[in-house]
Design a protein around this ligand. Structure first.
Ligand code: SF4
Length: 643
């Protein structure tokens, strides 16, 4: 099969748009393989702009492991900014890949990784630009299979009309299994056409194929059932869980972007999964159990990654990096190894204790001592019990005092507003906490020049969490509470001007809430928003609440439901939820019990240290927690110099 590069037609357009460099590809470590030689060809797409999507870790992992196989090929694609999209439509240039500027439509599989539901309109925009039928049901034999992945794929029902399949959970083995099925089907002469390969994907339980399930609704608007339409199609589809992270040391050679991106560092995932049990956190719930990468693999990946990229920042990535059983030796030995180089280490650090200060101290040996960030999430002790964020205000203050005593001058605190059971007082308590931070900081540092930034986002209940049944707070409540908080901070004469309050208005969160717990009746809403010009909804300059509200009103009225029905309504325990047939491993009854515990302000410990409390994941998935310590080390020590 021969395909022709679109670049000669694209290049003249690039001179007329903003940031043309983001579209040209050709970056260090990008892979360009002969199209004709591959048996299965993927486009890996992140449905946002290059600057947001390129650093995505999941995309980097799949890109590398697919391209390592000689029978596979993977190229990338991202959302096109409206200036170029308009010119492309005018000139008839379709959505392209970054490596060889080939038409996305000519590939076998278009894999789209969703980190957020606000990327759904970007999927429609990309399909339309690619000249691929918007609706899976209308796609022809020569069009790619559109497969969703990422966290939002755990409830892909709102986009069921537009995707052919969804893969739940870890993508490494799953992408290879999908590839093998597509390869076999092609080798056999494509028996049964598109429907044939989709049936194989469904029957093998590798992917969820929405078109093979029928959804029925009760008179009150609730779902009645989601049922397979064929005997070979499973009732439920389970997530993929990769065990033995050490055998999958990806990415080892990530692409180094030419254009500016949201962050430029080499990231090593030091463990996957989290069992801290924060009840609002979908990532923690759906990625269980905890699987650690060992210190030797981490050391090898850091060494190889720096050599392959020339990047000078290494991020030790996970949902709560300080929880790795050997985080002390990892940070101190890496800091030692790179102490005489330009390489700096960073740790997404959200746990609030003195140990983290030791780590931060270790990591800032090379000179950088920017602000410290903690995420208490809830302003009051009571609310933190509700969300199972086991951090006391005294812990936080002790940690902050230690940090200010050792030279830090700034602390950033993350919170959420609109959490279940939240009152105005819970939110106003955020200000009191910030004032205490300043006061303690001044005493510990012996200076008045202490700053605290509080950053607040609206809480969005997500599928597969204990709060999947909870009512989302409405926009007015969130905005009113945040205004009151800002007023309280501003009017404080002693500390007010040393505290910065950052918050987003509640409207995008409301739409994220609509989509995250939505069902197939939202397909026409998403399509209507996109047809009305909606795209890049994650960008405040493009997001329009009015557009979403109008589309929801229009499309949902015939079903007797509305936006509030999806967002601010508490679900019944026994209500059929749109994602009940998609199995993240968590026992539904355990989730309900945890929801009741939340309302009762009862906390649940971490099973890594307190024993199993039967959330269901390990037996359901045939997996287990994999944690150290291994007692290994990076020694013999080699100090690396890049001077
Ligand atoms: S099944 Fe038990 S050990 Fe496994 S993640 Fe759940 S609580 Fe932890």
């Amino acid at each position: 099969m021969t395909v022709t590069s679109l670049y000669p037609r694209l290049e003249p357009l690039l001179t007329q748009v903003a940031k043309p460099v983001q579209y040209i590809g050709g970056e260090v470590n990008s892979v360009s393989k002969p199209f004709a030689d591959a048996e299965v060809r993927w486009v890996l797409m992140y449905p946002d702009t290059y600057e947001v999507g390129q650093p995505n870790q999941g995309l980097a992992i799949l890109y590398e492991l697919l391209n390592e196989r000689d029978w596979l090929l993977a190229e990338r694609s991202f959302s096109i900014w409206p200036d170029l999209a308009a010119l492309m439509r005018e000139a008839g240039v379709p959505q392209f890949t970054w490596e060889n500027h080939l038409p996305v439509r000519d590939f076998d599989v278009l894999g789209v990784s969703f980190s957020t539901e606000l990327g759904y309109t970007n999927l429609l925009e990309a399909l339309d630009l690619a000249q691929i039928a918007l609706h899976a049901a209308d796609r022809g034999e020569d069009e790619p299979l559109v497969i969703a992945g990422g966290h939002a794929a755990f409830n892909p029902e709102p986009i069921a009309d537009f995707i052919d399949a969804a893969v739940l959970g870890d993508g490494e083995e799953a992408a290879l299994k999908v590839s093998a099925i597509v390869r076999q089907w092609k080798t056999e002469g494509r028996p049964g056409g598109r429907a044939g390969v989709l049936r194989r994907l469904a029957a093998s339980r590798v992917a969820y194929v929405p078109s093979l399930y029928e959804v029925s609704y009760a008179d009150n608007g609730e779902l009645a059932a989601v049922t397979p339409i064929e005997a070979t199609v499973p009732d439920t589809v389970a997530k993929h869980t990769l065990m033995e992270l050490d055998e999958w040391p990806y990415p080892s050679r990530p692409i180094v972007p030419l254009a500016e991106t949201v962050h430029e560092r080499y990231s090593v995932e030091i463990f996957r999964g989290c069992t801290r049990g924060c009840r609002f956190c979908q990532a923690g719930m759906i990625t269980r159990p905890v699987r650690e990468r060992n210190i030797e693999t981490i050391g090898r990946m850091v060494e190889g990654g720096i050599a392959a990229t020339g990047l000078d920042e290494v991020g030790l990535l996970s949902l709560s990096s300080a929880d790795h059983s050997e985080i002390g030796p990892i940070t101190s030995q890496l800091a030692e190894r790179y102490s005489d180089s330009f390489v700096s280490l960073s740790l997404p650090s959200t746990r609030v204790d003195a140990f983290n200060i030791d780590l931060a101290d270790e990591l800032s040996r090379n000179g950088r001592r920017s602000g410290l960030t903690f995420a208490p999430e809830g302003g009051s002790e009571r609310l933190r019990k509700v969300i199972n964020k086991q951090v006391s205000e005294d812990d936080l203050i002790a940690t902050v005092a230690a940090a200010f005593g050792r030279g830090w001058r700034q602390v950033k605190l993350y919170f959420m507003c609109g959490l279940p059971t939240e009152t105005d007082e819970d939110v106003l308590a955020i200000a009191d906490m910030a004032f205490r931070v300043i006061e303690t900081g001044r005493q510990a540092a012996g200076t008045r020049d202490i700053r605290c930034t509080i950053s607040i986002g609206g809480f969005v209940p997500k599928a597969h969490t204990p709060f999947q049944w909870a009512a989302q707070a409405d926009v007015e409540t969130i905005d009113r509470r945040l205004r009151a908080l800002k007023d309280k901070v501003r009017s404080d004469r002693r500390y007010g001007r040393f505290v910065t309050v950052r918050y987003h208005d509640g409207k995008p969160g409301q739409i994220e809430g609509l989509l995250s717990r939505g069902d197939r009746r939202l397909g026409p809403v998403i399509e209507s928003v996109w047809r009305d010009g909606g795209k890049l909804d994650g960008w405040s300059e493009h997001f329009s609440y009015d557009r979403w509200e109008a589309a929801a009103e229009r499309e949902l009225a015939p079903h007797g439901i509305d936006l509030a029905w999806y967002t601010t309504r508490e679900r019944r325990h026994r209500e059929v939820l749109p994602w009940d047939h998609l199995d993240a491993g968590l026992d539904r009854e355990w989730l309900w019990q945890d929801y009741e515990d939340a309302i009762a302000e009862a906390d649940v410990p971490d099973c890594r240290w307190s024993g199993c409390y039967n959330c269901g994941v390990c037996p359901a998935q045939g997996t287990e927690i994999q944690i150290g310590p291994t007692g290994r080390s990076l020694l013999p020590l080699q100090v690396v110099s890049t001077h």
